[in-house]
Design a protein around this ligand. Structure first.
Ligand SMILES: Cc1cc2nc3c(=O)[nH]c(=O)nc-3n(C[C@H](O)[C@H](O)[C@H](O)COP(=O)(O)OP(=O)(O)OC[C@H]3O[C@@H](n4cnc5c(N)ncnc54)[C@H](O)[C@@H]3O)c2cc1C
Ligand code: FES
Length: 291
């Protein structure tokens, strides 16, 4: 059982949990992920380690409530409550090479998992350009954290309410123009965003790493559920990744495979929503009395 030390809600759907797990916090490296179970009957879901502190003995997760389990977490995970299981660190840590200048790009929820890499590059002495993108100003989170590890920070919003108006690919174009000596780009976010980030750097041949998020089941390389095509070869994201060369990834296949359980996911969410409404009505009779 792993105690939740802190929670912060960044928006209606995105929230942060800091969880006590000293051994995991000591072992964690940038780019790795954990598998979480909210309760004994729960589904196992992979989540990237967005931050870790050996001193506090904690790991930080940033979660977007998109379906049954993540909405259940949003409802149940309060400060002082516990997660039933938290397994990790899993996956191969990001390669933090000796580059002089690097751009760390995060889009939406991807802003959180790119943070440990930005910090690690900074600690290795690189000039770090952070490029973080959100739909609008209200959704921005961790701006101060990024400022603390980046030499330059470009904020992009779809509606122009903060930073530059545009997508993170516009931020990449701006950074490449100002810094023709960027040696590496690291991009984390929705698959379509990572695909276009990789396309933005392809003409210049800038090494571009991405962190993939296919559907995972066991997370140990046994089920094959997380297979992705990289450079024409089949890789298992959980044990061969999650970081891969973005110029080699077949993103269209990844997006197709991510959509293949849509109907089951919809039914599972529907079942959970109606069950949890029933539970709420039983636990809080006043709700039903006044309904
Ligand atoms: C390595 C890795 C790291 C991840 N890190 C984060 C993170 O830091 N924060 C975060 O909010 N989400 C992260 N995800 C995605 C997260 O695991 C899914 O959103 C979650 O499993 C959805 O479960 P659900 O029951 O709430 O929704 P579902 O209804 O099951 O699915 C909703 C959506 O999530 C996708 N999804 C479903 N199951 C999985 C799965 N096992 N793995 C990946 N995607 C899935 C589906 O394509 C679907 O579009 C990560 C995924 C991977 C593979
Ligand atoms: S999740 Fe089963 S092989 Fe990767």
């Amino acid at each position: 059982m792993y105690k939740i030390l802190a929670r912060e809600d960044f928006s209606d759907t995105t929230f942060m949990l800091e969880v006590l797990h000293p051994m995991l916090a000591k072992a964690a490296k940038p780019g790795q992920f954990v598998i979480v179970m909210v309760n004994a009957d729960g589904e196992r879901i992979p989540l990237t380690i967005a931050d870790f502190s050996a001193e506090r003995g904690s790991v930080t997760l940033v979660i977007q409530a998109v379906g049954k389990t993540t909405r259940e977490m949003q409802q149940l995970c309060k400060v002082g409550s516990v997660l039933y299981a938290l397994v990790g660190p899993m996956g191969i840590p990001s390669h933090i090479g000796e580059v002089k200048k690097v751009a760390c790009v995060g889009g939406g929820l991807g802003v959180a998992p790119v943070f440990p890499q930005a910090r690690a590059f900074k600690q290795r002495g690189a000039f770090v350009i952070g490029i973080i993108g959100f739909r609008s100003k209200e959704l921005i989170f961790w701006e101060d954290k990024f400022k603390s590890v980046c030499d330059e920070l470009i904020i992009c919003t779809d509606d122009g309410s903060a930073g530059i108006k545009g997508l993170v690919t516009d931020g990449i174009a701006q950074a490449m123009q100002a810094h023709p000596d960027i040696e590496e780009v690291l991009a984390i976010g929705p698959p379509v965003m990572m695909k276009f980030c990789a396309e933005a750097t392809r003409p210049q041949g800038i090494k571009t790493m991405v962190s993939l998020n296919p559907i995972m089941v066991d997370g140990t390389g046994m089920c094959g559920g997380c297979r992705v095509s990289v450079g024409g070869e089949m890789k298992f994201c959980c044990v061969d990744g999650p970081d891969f060369d973005g110029h080699q990834v077949d993103f269209d296949e990844l997006m197709r495979r991510l959509g293949r359980f849509k109907e089951e996911e919809r039914r599972s969410l529907e079942r959970w929503t109606s069950n949890s409404n029933c539970r709420l009505l039983q636990e809080e009779p006043s709700v039903s009395t006044h309904a």
